[in-house]
Design a protein. Sequence first.
Length: 548
Amino acid sequence: MTVQPSQNSNHDGARHEEVAALKPAILAHGLCKDYGATKALRDASFDLHSGMVHAFVGENGAGKSTCLSVLAGKIEPSAGEVFLGEHELPYGEPRSCRRAGVVAIYQELTIVPALSPQANVFLASPMARQGFLREREMRSRYEALCKELDVRPAPNGIPAGHLSVADQQLLEIMRALVSDAQVILFDEPTASLALHEREVLLALLDRLRSNGVTLVLVSHNLDEVLEISDTVTVFREGRICARGPRAEWDKPRIVREMLGEQAGERLAREMLEDVPAQSAAEPTAEQAVQRTRPGTDVEPFLRVEGLTVPGAVENVELEVRAGEIVGLGGLVGSGRTTVLRALAGLERRATGTLHVDGKQTGIPRTVRAARKLGIALLPEDRKGEGLVMALDAMTNISLADLGAASRFGFLSKRRLARHVDEVTEAYGIAANRVGDAAGNLSGGNQQKLLLARWGLSRPRLLLADEPTRGIDIGAKAEIMTSLEQMADEGAGIVVVSSELEEVCAISDRVAVLAEGRLVGQLDRQEGDITPNRIMNNAFGLEASHAVA
């Protein structure tokens, strides 16, 4: 069976009223969650009905993911109660919740890296005999599920930890689908998925809804929310500030409710196409300042030739000029992340030639070698590869240049504070949060820590892999602005994002990859850069320059 994407994005009001009249599958009353003085969730009350998709939206730190974790049994509320049918939820017991029929898919992956993809899919209900996993049977069922989802199975024998974040996310989704779940909670399930994979997932949600499954979707993709949801619940500062059926919502209203009085004209112009901009006769200060885009007559400071990583990318060529933002476009699995990792010194098998300021060298084999060349990476997995979650924000920012905050080999908190003070404000990090552990910050603030780190050490080339993955609408605008500011200051930027609209908006040029090869390049000076043109290049439907 092949799942077809849903064609009905506007749900019938009569159907909503009919389903809403039924007894709710989940009923929550007065939910609160405190972390010391921080009120993560405040007096949240709501009901969730079977056969409906319920969207939770809000900024990072607004309380929506905390609420999801309470429903999944991951955390215990400080106050309030949740009923699953007629029974109270087993708080703080994820396995008990799963047995009761509630399955959660979190933004932070729960993959076991050393196990096979199929073993990860069946992690909650492994197929085993006398203590040994029945890999062949699991593989057969895994491949059947991949066929049903219309996705390519991971190669047999490769550990799940060697897969991309997008492929690992698909394993999480499959794991939920093989469970006999009555309630499925999705926390940013499409953040790392390409367009086709998103369509497949939304079609699956539509089918599950038709089968009476209760679905909760936490997403920062407002178009996705408006396409699939039956109800929308908006969280702000730990509270539910608005809730209603899909028919009552559009993007401007969602943003206004999310940000409250903070929803200014500039943010509306940046993030909402359907909000009219100010009159051209009265430009704002932000509008008056435009980034100077380097021309093609400027000699590139970095040129890559013949970049090859066996089994991943082959003979890729790329040029980057100082102050230029180059996007890498293509589908998930096209080799975009591998190119970044190779340039950052994380792919020891990489071969090719690198020219920096006209001097020839090899592709760096270590991170240290890449840093000596002035190359830094903003990794896709910010928690696993970018931050030390137990360390405070201030120390995380300084990790690339601890020597400047040290004295006689010992870190000085006073020097550390002075060292990072210049960048915290510039990157929107609140002064009262620099002493907090990175693990206690929202996804948006964690990404700002990484940007501030490189803003402090000032690399010549910043490789940004999915810089806005799982980040709310307001923080996305700040992060994209930060990348542009770094380019203004002379850094070259190479950016990869599953949100092709972001790649198009920020890039001076886009190099398009398909199946590990460079298949085209789009230049803003030669015409508009659009998602359609990127995809047409990826599928060979539009011819363009094949090399930089």
